[in-house]
Design a protein. Structure first.
Lengths: 306, 306
């Protein structure tokens, strides 16, 4: 039987609707009003939701690999949990003691809107909520899935992942980094969570973590994670603030090392293209039957204008 | 056979040694140097470790209830995880945008020592590490324990627990709270994590969450959690900074509602005594064979001088 043609736009539309519905339902649900408002402001109605889409696409690939029907509930929980970690990191990043950003997704940042103390707490509560979403009660048969998802997310978010990369970033301002050092910083700072998105999609479907297809998907996740950052650095110099929804030219202004500052603009563009090709090759080599969404997401990451 | 007499001091000594060893091994292990230093400074060499001791004591009660040998590994992981959440909350609480405290455990606070940005990241990374500790790889048989521990900790730390209580605290400065409102704030702000310590000790031994003895232990945890805060409020006005290891008289200075400001000093002392008695009654009613450590901890919480 011929596979029906894949409609990425329809797939993305449906996935985004599920993620937005989950976030709208869960974020701040049990929090006091003031905290709830700040948490929801930070998460809802904005964002490309790239990480959740990677989770859903990888979940689909994993489910098909195992010839099972998709466990949609855990795919969506994992997708929302990753987005909460991403959202909290933006809230804390934007604070005056970090990047001191006033604009995010075209709106005032959380600390501008709610004050610094509430922004701090909202970020903290969003991180805790991510782990709560991954461990719903009364689902003992899927405790293995819950535990593996928590572990993957904790490692990607913590000292050897996102927070660690931000610490390297912080201590690198004004320093000359080599391309290798820059790569290691970004592998942790943004790469770890993007890679974890692919991993968590995979784990949400309860295949053994080392099942056939995973090593290739892991390479895919790594390449997409790095490509995302290279493109981010390119856009910081080529796009304007209105298109980005955040302050453009911030990296140069803050004297931060970027791919553009180290490799130059053209070489950065070429590098992003190479990483995209690596990601696509990895998918082809995985021999997984259903990787069209992952494929389209890799293209989207590299070709995006904001 | 007569039970050997319980030596609380020896029990505590051994428990503290295990917790310190766990923390020393795990905190900042995989983080870049600058972040690692801030994380370890925040956690090691200080603190009463009340929460970890509650975890260990409840684990012991749970193991004996089920007539099993103690699963020490998970009791210690749970004990360290709770302490990491507590430690991160202190780091963030002390920051200028929150309490702006310069002194903690007799030392400069983390942001004074490492800068605000690194303090923010260290707190974030400590929270992630807590969930990482609860989900070690290659322990699939205990996935249920891992998942339940993650859930208990996430709920206690997040918007309906600690972070939520802090948000209420923040929006209550300068306001006249009723005793009931104050109680609800503290049940979330400090009570949730203390209660979760007892809960996580219980869950670490894999008894069914609703097994006989738990409803009484839950009441114990609730009473101890509230007693802790009442005593904290008393000490804020009766002890000096050197004894407390933090700035005394801060609550009054910050115009924060406390038990002392609402009930007065003597009534607060009487209330702390009532809560202690409630905790001890709950233990007696649990009919659990081994609650001596929990009993001593309740006494310690109320009789402490700092």
């Amino acid at each position: 039987m011929k596979m029906p043609e894949f409609n990425f736009s329809a797939w993305m539309h449906q996935g985004l609707a599920q993620v937005e519905q989950g976030l709208a339902r869960w974020v701040g649900e049990a929090a006091p009003t003031a905290l709830r408002d700040a948490m929801r402001y930070a998460v809802l109605d904005g964002g490309k939701r790239l990480r959740p889409l990677l989770v859903l696409a990888a979940a689909q690939a994993a489910a098909q690999a195992d010839d099972k029907s998709l466990n949609e509930a855990y795919a969506i929980r994992a997708a929302c949990a990753v987005e909460l970690i991403h959202a909290y990191s933006l809230v804390h990043d934007d604070m005056p003691c970090m990047d001191n950003d006033l604009l995010r997704r075209g709106k005032p940042t959380v600390h501008v809107q709610f004050g610094e103390a509430m922004a701090l707490l909202a970020g903290d509560a969003l991180q805790a909520l991510a782990f709560e979403l991954l461990t719903p009660e009364g689902d003992d048969a899927l405790a293995g899935v819950q535990a593996r998802l928590c572990r993957a997310l904790a490692v990607a978010a913590g000292g050897q992942g996102m927070a660690g990369g931000q610490a390297i970033d912080l201590t690198s301002v004004g320093k000359a980094l080599s391309e290798d050092q820059l790569k290691r910083m970004h592998e942790a700072k943004t790469g770890a969570l993007l890679k974890a998105s692919v991993h968590m999609g995979w784990l949400s479907q309860d295949p053994a973590p080392d099942q056939a297809g995973w090593p290739q998907l892991e390479r895919y996740g790594h390449a997409v994670g790095l490509a995302f950052q290279v493109v981010d650095d390119i856009l910081d110099v080529t796009a304007d603030s209105a298109t980005l929804g955040k302050t453009a030219g911030k990296d140069a202004q803050d004297n931060k090392p970027t791919y553009v500052s180290i490799l130059g603009l053209e070489a950065s563009r070429a590098y992003a293209g190479q990483l995209r090709d690596q990601a696509l090759s990895a998918l082809a080599e995985s021999h997984l039957p259903d990787v069209q969404a992952l494929r389209e997401l890799a293209l989207m990451v590299v070709d995006r204008q904001h």
